[in-house]
Design a protein around this ligand. Structure first.
Ligand code: URA
Length: 277
């Protein structure tokens, strides 16, 4: 496939290179077969170090340097996301900004930007990890089998998505093949979910699974240790109670863990009553 980098910005090229690396492509081939044994080191070409043609010497490119370049641009992209997000004054503005954000590679492979579902005027915010295949197809979070279990879990304590809860994810785009999102992808999307929380202004937050708990609670602890224990999220001048739960996906694979989750849900119900939510 021919890929022209002529009209691309450096950060896009770095991101493309990173995408190749992540996909396991650390070597390129040409249309014509090369006799690798006859190859002598290339003479330094005039353009070899030109920042306008970083792919001109790609077969021998220094992959570590490409990674470093990509890492710098991740910070810049996250900064851009933060600036865009902070300019949003309500949830629909944020939705539009995320939909038109082109600097996260997950966007390129996703069918839909998955923003949120449920009641935006409720007080309880549920934050999952990333859309799966069904969510990507429909553009709505938690509509597949995970979503069916999620609805059942909350129905069991008297909550439904039409009235009582608002559901979103750390990442608005599906990672291809449902792979675990990279730290870079999470860092780029984090400013969006943080602004999402500010604009929704929840009185109680429920985090589903290890990725959402780690991303928002700034901890390396696993979900097995975090679940069932109340934490706090700093929001403006207040602290919002946060309960990390096992992800429905995990519960589908490990039904034995449903017992612990039921205890956590009862704890959430008691807190909701205590706070008169
Ligand atoms: N898993 C998630 O974390 N979020 C979804 O929206 C669907 C599956």
């Amino acid at each position: 496939m021919e890929y022209s980098t002529e009209n691309m910005e450096n950060k896009d090229i770095a991101s493309l290179l990173q995408w190749y690396l992540d996909s396991g492509v650390d070597e390129t081939t040409d249309d014509e077969t090369l006799d690798w044994f006859a190859l002598s080191p290339r003479p330094a070409s005039k353009n070899a170090s030109s920042s306008n043609s970083p792919t001109s010497n790609f077969p021998t490119a220094n992959l570590a340097a490409a990674k470093a370049a990509a890492a710098i641009s991740v910070e810049q992209i996250a900064k851009k996301a933060e600036q865009l997000a902070s300019g949003c004054n309500n949830l629909s503005e944020l939705n539009e900004v995320i939909k038109s954000f082109e600097d996260c590679r997950l966007k390129k492979t996703a069918t839909h930007t998955v923003f949120a579902d449920g009641n935006p005027d409720s007080n309880i915010m549920i934050i999952g990890e990333a859309p799966g295949v069904d969510e990507d197809r429909q553009g709505i979070p938690f509509v597949g089998e995970n979503g069916m279990l999620l609805d059942k879990m909350f129905k069991a304590i008297g909550l439904n998505r039409e009235q009582h809860i608002y559901i979103t994810n750390i990442l608005p785009w599906r990672p291809p093949g449902n792979r675990i999102p990279t730290d870079e992808e999470t860092s780029i999307c984090l400013p969006f979910i943080k602004r999402h929380i500010e604009l929704f202004n929840p009185k109680l937050i429920i985090l589903l699974g290890g990725i959402s708990a780690k991303s928002l609670l700034k901890t390396d602890m696993g979900i097995t240790r975090l679940r069932g224990k109340w934490k706090e999220y700093d929001l403006k001048e207040s602290q919002v109670p946060v309960m990390p739960l096992f992800h429905p996906q995990y519960l589908l694979k490990q039904p034995k863990a449903k017992k612990d989750t039921w205890a956590d849900l009862l704890d959430i119900k008691a807190r909701i009553e205590e706070l008169s939510l």
